[in-house]
Ligand binder design. Structure first.
Ligand SMILES: Nc1ncnc2c1ncn2[C@@H]1O[C@H](COP(=O)(O)OP(=O)(O)OP(=O)(O)O)[C@@H](O)[C@H]1O
Length: 343
């Protein structure tokens, strides 16, 4: 597994051996802003990769280089071994940008047919619509679609040409929970058929639901590049949740001072007390000290960090150059995909 920058270096593979994506020491500036700073990344055929990072991290810029919309200032970008600015390199590429314009008076089925007309062996209209649950909307003018329906159509259109590589920039923005799950399942299906997928998202549940590998980007640099579980291990953050009797105001300071505890945050309220979560790098040490402290507590629960917590810790490390520190934000940990990366 590639870890951070450097994995893409060496001789550039060409022809059939070329990976779908090879980014080698790429820098891209916009005036004074360095959107990407010496980034290297290799994505092999059949991978599904999540690009995770806060606003302005450089995710969209990276996708724009891969789809040939922009040129790097330094370094090289290869798509299936070719230059992404060469249309021939993009024949196996499907993309859904953050914002898409659809011709308002065309019907959904007509738009699919229009896009299909650009490919020699497109996916049949019925299959495109079925994969994304859009069959009932085939006759609807796109101007009459809801925001979520438009988004689903936009993602569906990226697959019409049966691309081997799909780039999706925040594909489920604006979708409700059910529509989001339908779209995830469609993308997983397409990936199972052998496609390579790169997806950016602010929805951490989305990255966890879709991606096997996560590339954390912050300040234009790759902060981490590994399997999701390993990224979580990297920061080794644990959540120790417990309930204390009463309002626990005084106990907070004592809990925060326990060895291994970075922070104390409110957990989902419990009846008959105050439920708190300790964010601890060393949960064992924290629990031992907790018991020794004599504080009355019950309903103890210890579990790993969420991807969001890992991300925040990694971003903090990337921004300061210091070791990862625990986040100070209390974050929801349910599977309801409404958690956005703080800006
Ligand atoms: N055309 C542009 N002109 C000037 N600055 C730009 C341009 N495009 C991007 N930037 C800057 O480059 C940096 C990276 O932006 P980018 O859009 O790649 O981030 P991102 O991670 O995709 O953010 P978001 O999650 O908000 O989409 C930001 O500071 C942004 O303001």
């Amino acid at each position: 597994m590639t870890t951070t920058a450097g994995g893409a270096r060496g001789a550039t593979p060409t022809g059939a051996s070329a990976p779908p994506v090879l980014v080698d020491r790429v820098t891209r500036r916009f005036g004074d802003v360095t959107a990407l700073d010496d980034v290297s990344l290799r994505v092999d055929a059949g991978e599904i990769v999540g690009l995770l990072g806060p606003n302005g991290a450089g995710k969209t810029t990276l996708l724009s280089l891969l789809s040939g919309l922009r040129r790097p200032d330094a370094g090289t970008v290869r798509l299936f071994g070719g230059d992404p600015r060469d249309p021939a390199s993009r024949t196996r590429l499907g993309t859904t940008p953050q914002e898409t314009g659809l011709p308002e008076t065309l019907r959904v089925g007509e738009v699919v047919d229009f896009v299909a007309g650009h490919y020699a062996t497109p996916m049949p209209r019925a299959e495109v619509l079925a994969r994304f649950g859009l069959e009932d909307l085939a006759g609807r003018q796109t101007g009459g679609l809801s925001g979520g329906q438009r988004r689903r159509l936009a993602v569906a259109l990226s697959l019409v040409g049966r691309p081997r590589l799909v780039l999706l920039d925040e594909p489920t923005t604006g979708l409700d929970v059910e529509a989001r799950h339908v779209l995830w399942e469609s993308l997983r299906d397409y990936h199972r058929d052998g496609a390579t997928v790169i997806v950016t998202s602010h929805y951490l549940e989305e990255i966890e639901a879709l991606a096997e590998r996560v590339v954390v980007v912050g300040g234009g640099r790759v902060l981490a590049d590994d399997r999701i579980d390993r990224v979580l291990d990297l920061v080794a953050l644990r959540r120790v949740t417990l309930t204390l009797p009463g309002d626990a105001t005084h106990a907070r300071a004592a809990l925060a001072a326990l060895p291994g505890v970075h922070d104390v945050v409110d957990a989902v309220p419990a009846s008959g007390g105050t439920r708190l979560t300790l964010l601890a790098a060393d949960a064992d040490a924290a629990v031992r000290a907790l018991v020794a402290s004599g504080l009355a507590f019950h309903a103890l629960e210890v579990r790993g960090a969420s991807l969001e917590e890992a991300f925040l810790a990694l971003t903090a490390r990337g921004a300061t150059g210091a070791p990862a520190s625990a986040p100070t934000t209390s974050v929801p940990t349910t599977s309801v995909p409404t958690t956005e990366v703080p800006r």
